[in-house]
Design a protein around this ligand. Structure first.
Ligand code: 3PG
Length: 306
């Protein structure tokens, strides 16, 4: 039985060693396709794989069609918008994620980006502090909860909005809950986005919400670039010189930011949120264990397709 680890952005070596141990001690073979440059490489490597572990790698119909023996694909991470779930279901392939495993790394990056920005990129000039400022957490899942805990450590005023959670569940974290997104944007100088990317969230954060924020306003997006309505964001930037956008991956309109809004944005060239040894070990080993548990015991706990 062959399990393929296909990561266009490789895991830390220490994580890969642990994945080898889990998979090989169960009697399966782990093959690697790391830092690959083209879809053709993935298509060739997946041909004889029984199981597939990926990160943000695109698992399209084309990839699945090439994978004649594939029974399971695991997204070693949280967001599974990179996997064609319908196509998996149609081919009787189980799709899973590893929720929560890399969340701490993402939550820490939120603060790394905020601190870097408010200290002017360590340029020697006076900056500002987080203490006593308001932060709104848009969607209160694994990452959002950790952001709340860290924000409390910085003595920030913490708010959250999540239409899918009972208010009491959020209140347990000792923070304020808001019933409508607009209310939260109206209060908070910092907004941290943690929505999953799907048809319902696509391009939903734009002009109307962003311009409700009090000045100075900073949006931090460690979720997906696609949840942003970039045209609306640019319009807001044009009108509001106080606005700052920090994003883990470059938006499609990055050239406009470079040309017009120097000093008011920070973009990572590659998604860096989950790129720590700890997150790689957690998500990678969880994926390896889940795949072994599926093959050995039929455990489908983290299945995300029907
Ligand atoms: C996730 O959804 O788990 C994060 O966005 C991390 O993605 P990555 O594994 O591609 O870094």
């Amino acid at each position: 039985m062959k399990i393929l680890l296909a990561t266009e952005k490789a895991f830390a070596p220490v994580a890969v060693t642990s994945m080898h141990e889990v998979i090989e001690s169960a009697g399966y073979k782990l093959e690697m396709l790391e830092n690959y440059k083209s879809n053709d490489e993935l298509i060739a490597a997946v041909a004889d794989a029984d199981g597939l572990i990926v990160r943000s790698d695109l698992v399209t119909k084309e990839v699945l069609d090439a994978a004649n023996r594939l029974k399971i694909v695991i997204r070693a991470g949280a967001g599974y918008d990179n996997i064609d779930l319908e196509a998996c279901t149609a081919r009787k392939i189980v799709a899973m994620n590893t929720p929560g495993q890399n969340s701490n790394a993402v939550a820490e990056l939120v603060f790394a980006m905020m601190l870097y920005q408010i200290r002017g990129g360590f340029n020697g000039k006076s900056g500002t502090e987080l203490r006593g400022k308001s932060i709104g957490i848009h969607a209160f899942g694994h990452v959002g909860r950790l952001v709340a805990e860290i924000a409390k450590g910085f003595s920030m005023y913490v708010y959250a909005y999540d239409p899918f959670l009972p208010e009491a569940e959020i209140r347990k974290y000792g923070i304020k809950v808001l019933k409508r997104a607009e209310e939260m944007y109206r209060i908070c100088h910092f907004i941290s986005l943690h929505l999953p990317y799907n048809n319902a969230t696509k391009h939903t954060i734009g002009y109307d919400l962003v311009t409700k924020m009090p000045a100075p306003a900073t949006i931090i997006n460690t979720a997906r670039k696609e949840i942003m309505d970039e045209a609306g964001l640019l319009k807001a930037f044009e009108e509001r010189p106080d606005l700052v956008y920090l994003s883990d991956v470059e938006p499609d309109c990055k050239d406009i930011f470079a040309e017009k809004y120097k000093g008011r944005y920070l973009f990572t060239a590659k998604k860096m949120g989950a790129q720590t040894e700890e997150a790689n070990i957690n998500a990678g080993v969880a994926a390896a264990r889940q795949i072994v548990d599926y093959f050995n015991n039929g455990n489908e706990t983290f299945r995300v397709n029907k």
